[in-house]
Design a protein around this ligand. Sequence first.
Ligand SMILES: Nc1ncnc2c1ncn2[C@@H]1O[C@H](COP(=O)(O)OP(=O)(O)OP(=O)(O)O)[C@@H](O)[C@H]1O
Ligand SMILES: CC(=O)N[C@H]1[C@@H]2OC[C@@H](O2)[C@@H](O)[C@@H]1O[C@H](C)C(=O)O
Length: 365
Amino acid sequence: MNQPYFIGLMTGTSLDGVDAVLVDVSGPTPILVAAQGRPLPGGLRDTLLSLQASGPDEIDRAWRAGIQLAECYAEAVLALLLRAAVPAEQVAAIGNHGQTVRHRPERGYTVQLGDHARLAELTGITVVGDFRSRDVAAGGQGAPLVPAFHQAVFADSRRHRVIVNIGGIANLTDLPPGGDVVGFDTGPGNVLLDAWIAQHQGQRYDTSGQWAATGKVLPDLLDLLLAESYFAMPSPKSTGRDLFHAGWLARRLTGRSDAPQDVQATLAALTVQSIADAILLQAPGVDEVYICGGGAHNTHLMHALGRALPGVALASTAELGIDPDWVEAYAFAWLAQRCLSRQPGNLPQVTGAQGPRILGAIWPN
Ligand SMILES: Nc1ncnc2c1ncn2[C@@H]1O[C@H](COP(=O)(O)OP(=O)(O)OP(=O)(O)O)[C@@H](O)[C@H]1O
Ligand SMILES: CC(=O)N[C@H]1[C@@H]2OC[C@@H](O2)[C@@H](O)[C@@H]1O[C@H](C)C(=O)O
């Protein structure tokens, strides 16, 4: 059977939904054929949020959530194939990231939920999953993994580029022409902004950063937030909701009575400054910065980032041919292909692993 397609599935730290892409790899350069986002059912989202910290009967709740996730993934896959009029038999594999509920490489593990066997059962397609654990077993962070993909699709032989994903957590990839790729998580992207607006306005996220734009940045609070030791740590480094969550913020707000919109403005400034500082330290000669992830839609963040990086061309990855919403899912289609062709998926200098490793486990069909 001719199988020119791979599917990539991503459910990220924002817990905003399932991103699914269909990629045709039969030509000299891969082509994004179709892409679709589907929200997670509210109940499942709440369960996954509660599973970000330990609680009663965690194993049962986690495994049942994994089954529900697999059902959502299967619906996303089947809808995508229907939309693209591509039969499942023509898909070589689904690269399925799963849902991170713990990321503790310092303790030797990282956990992504998602019942891969069930997804293979429900779709009749080979599934590649569990992409991070091999890198962690090899002494790495298991994250970020997208820098290898960014290198493959976004590197330029003359221009010094940095790619920044602003999802729940933000991560960057430094692509100096002819030099070594570097990548790491810079810290919070949208995760604290989302938590704060949910708490005060009952909204999932701050559309275009409109609420943050009504507040003023509080310099003393910003300094307090930037004092978090993660920001000054050298790479390799990665983080997640394990560190940056509502409780982290609440502890730093104890005894203060700031206006909620000023806190939102300060959280936006935290995201911007931590990204800009990381870029200026890591890639002082950068020519172009390209943004992907949902944060690319936050115009308040984008304008502030532009001001923090004077003289640097700032744009979304759409300028490089990939819509910012689909970069991560695309990366997991690419990583699935690397796995099936027995090629390494990690960059050891990024994750800190002892060497290149083939990433992922296979549930064949
Ligand atoms: N129109 C918009 N205006 C402002 N923010 C937006 C908009 N659309 C999306 N976002 C932000 O982007 C987030 C989702 O981004 P994305 O899907 O890239 O995250 P993720 O993949 O879940 O996270 P990660 O990359 O950390 O795994 C939303 O939670 C929201 O904060
Ligand atoms: C453990 C985990 O799920 N990490 C995510 C998260 O979301 C962004 C950032 O933190 C990044 O390190 C990673 O995702 C992307 C896909 C990566 O591995 O490159």
